[in-house]
Design a binder for this molecule. Structure first.
Ligand code: ASP
Ligand code: MG
Length: 454
């Protein structure tokens, strides 16, 4: 039997697996953690190596290129393997990689011939990215005398909701325990992002899902710590590509972390932090190249003030006017149902109590699709559109009147179209004219820096 409290989960991101230098740093990291005496076993969850999931998706979209893309993916893995691994380990891993690549070629050919891909085949195809990565990483660790082994079978059991499969927690727990009992090694490398149905079909759990795989495994095994190792040293106060003076956020409460990931910070899978509810587990997001990390643990405390901002500027505000909406139960439902039918995600929505307008904010790319449908509803008299941006500020401190008033004052000169509050009051989103987005983002980022600690 194993003792679960001594298990730690390490997740290795795809963007930090591009060449042998990256792998050398990864080996150093994993060695450092496995040498710590507090933990006796480590599960290493890996993503597909850099860009491979995107390439696999591209192959599915352009079947005539699928075979070439598969060749390129195979070469990439062999190239990295041959630089890192030698002798018997190389031979074994080479065989494993070639076997998977053969299968992948066959599917690529059949996609090309059939010119059709079902959701199940799509997930099966995508599952190769993570499985190939497991082979390379595991061979490299073994080649460096680490007491390690790999599992190519997905570590989680899911339902059949291909593309965004839901985890079956009890089955996954049994499955994980049997893996740990069977493989008595200090380090076990497993694929992130992919799952297995009870009928042994491959599924995927949504883009960026490896982080979620890691936190779910942590929860199911009662681990105390999950480390997500990535390109940047933690979650930053804003997108450093857009704002110059960003810093790493040292700590996030669970509410803040969920809000930030839902808002799209660092492209985290939106469910990454769900497993932290009702558990003593903490998640640490840390960089491979630079020191620095963000710790996510527990709920809001009085020391949590303002943490960060997220800005989006490719949105459209749709204002739907109708004198017939007033007092008519079900009008809003009709409109939101059209969005659902058109597969359009609603980023924000608002309605004044006069009920004379309904305002929806959606991604600009979805706009035409939704408007075409709305134009067919007779309850609508006029539809107007406007390019807008959304700037969200996140922090438990927003529940404190002094801080929230200050935030609103600073945002007021940008003439917000509407304001909404997020989960448990820990976020505030301002919808503004698209041209104001960058300036408002800078302004609110300054407020975050002023109020980041007490
Ligand atoms: N490889 C998958 C993706 O690119 C999962 C992950 O990286 O977490 O979305
Ligand atoms: Mg990734």
């Amino acid at each position: 039997m194993f003792s679960s409290s001594l298990i730690r989960i390490l997740k290795i991101g795809g963007s930090i697996q591009k060449d042998e230098k990256d792998y050398e740093l990864i080996l150093k990291k994993i060695s450092k953690y496995t040498e710590e005496k507090d933990y006796s076993r480590h599960i290493v969850v890996t993503s597909a190596i850099k860009n491979v999931t995107n390439q696999l998706l591209e192959a599915l979209q352009q079947p005539d290129k699928a075979v070439d893309i598969v060749s390129d993916i195979y070469d990439k893995h062999i190239r990295i393997l041959s630089k890192l691994v030698d002798g018997r380990e190389f031979e074994k891993a080479f065989k494993d990689l070639s076997k998977l690549a053969d299968e992948l070629y066959k599917i690529a050919w059949s996609i090309r011939v059939l010119d059709e891909v079902t959701p199940r085949v799509k997930d099966y195809f995508l599952s190769f990215g993570e499985r190939l990565a497991v082979i390379v990483l595991s061979a490299y660790l073994s080649n460096n005398k680490m007491d390690s082994d790999k599992v190519l079978v997905p570590p989680l059991i899911t339902d059949e909701n291909y593309g965004e499969a839901n985890i079956l927690f009890e089955d996954s727990s049994k499955h994980l325990i049997s893996i740990l009992e069977e493989i008595n090694k200090q380090v076990i490398v497993v694929p992130g992002f992919i799952g297995l149905t009870k009928q042994n079909k491959y599924t995927t759990i949504g883009r960026g899902g490896s982080d979620y795989t890691a936190t779910v495994i942590g929860k199911l095994l009662n681990a105390r710590e999950v480390r997500l190792i990535t390109e940047v040293p933690g979650i930053m106060t804003a997108d450093p590509k857009k704002i110059s003076n960003t810093v790493t956020i040292p700590r996030l409460s669970l509410e803040e972390a969920i809000e930030l990931s839902q808002l799209g910070a660092k492209r985290l899978h939106p469910r990454t932090f769900d497993p932290l509810f009702n558990s003593n587990m903490k998640v640490i997001i840390e960089g491979l190249y630079e020191e620095g990390n963000t710790v996510i643990e527990g709920f809001c405390t009085p020391n949590d003030l303002l943490k960060g901002i997220v800005a989006k500027d490719d949105l459209q505000l749709i204002t739907i006017e109708s004198t017939r909406i007033v007092g008519k139960i079900g009008s809003a439902a009709k409109i939101t149902d059209e969005a659902k039918q058109a597969n359009v995600n609603l980023v924000a929505l608002s309605q004044p109590i006069s009920e004379t307008v309904i305002q929806l904010v959606i991604n600009s790319s979805d706009s035409q699709r939704l408007i075409n449908r709305l134009n067919q509803l007779d309850l609508i008299t006029n539809i107007e559109t406007k390019d807008v941006g959304a700037v969200s500020i996140v922090g438990c401190g927003l529940r404190n009147k002094e801080i929230s008033t200050k935030v609103m004052n600073r945002a007021s000169s940008f003439d917000p179209i509407f304001i909404s509050r997020g989960l448990k009051g820990v976020s505030m989103t301002f919808i503004v004219d698209k041209r104001q987005t960058d300036d408002l983002a800078k302004e609110l980022h300054e407020v975050v820096l002023e109020w980041s600690t007490k």
